[in-house]
Structures are given as structure tokens and as C-alpha cells.
Design a protein. Structure first.
Length: 91
């Protein structure tokens, strides 16, 4: 039993050392000067066209060529996902 627990602990340790950390890039403004270059302009343009008047915008990269924006519109918090070419991917 001790060998099984030791083997499991060793496996978890080795796997966690080789794990690639997930990183997100978050911004808090629509202003292009405040937006990192990692958020493509077509995605921002598509968002601005779909949700005019939204406030408290936060962008985050959620994978390769997938960007999620969190915002408040009409007093409700909402999210939307876009591809780097500006294609709306849903919530």
C-alpha cells in the first residue's frame, strides 16, 4: 500500500513539474492605447459593433486565436468570445 501511495505522489509531482502554466492577458479599457497588442483589432471592432455602450470591459486571451471579453451592459454582466479575425464564437 505504501508503494502505491508513493508511486501516485511521485506521478503527481512529475506531472505538475512538466505542466505548462495557463496565462491570460487582461485589459480594462476599450482605448487602443490601453489594450495590449495581443488582442486583435478585428475582435475589438466586432465587439464594439455588437455591444455598443458596454462598460467595464476586460479582455482575456483564452487560447490560440480565442479572446473573451467580459463587460457590463444594461446593468448585467456578460461575456462574449471572438476569434482573432473578429468572428463571434458565442458566450
Amino acid at each position: 500500500m505504501k508503494k502505491i501511495i508513493l508511486a501516485a505522489a511521485l506521478l503527481v509531482s512529475v506531472c505538475s513539474l512538466n505542466a505548462k502554466p495557463f496565462t491570460t492577458t487582461t485589459i480594462t479599457a476599450n482605448d487602443p492605447s490601453q489594450r495590449p497588442r495581443t488582442i486583435p483589432q478585428p475582435a475589438v471592432d466586432a465587439y464594439n459593433a455588437m455591444f455598443p455602450g458596454a462598460t467595464t470591459v476586460k479582455w482575456a486571451r483564452k487560447g490560440e486565436n480565442v479572446y473573451q471579453v467580459t463587460f457590463i451592459l444594461n446593468g448585467k454582466k456578460d461575456t462574449a468570445r471572438y476569434a482573432s479575425d473578429g468572428t463571434y464564437l458565442g458566450k
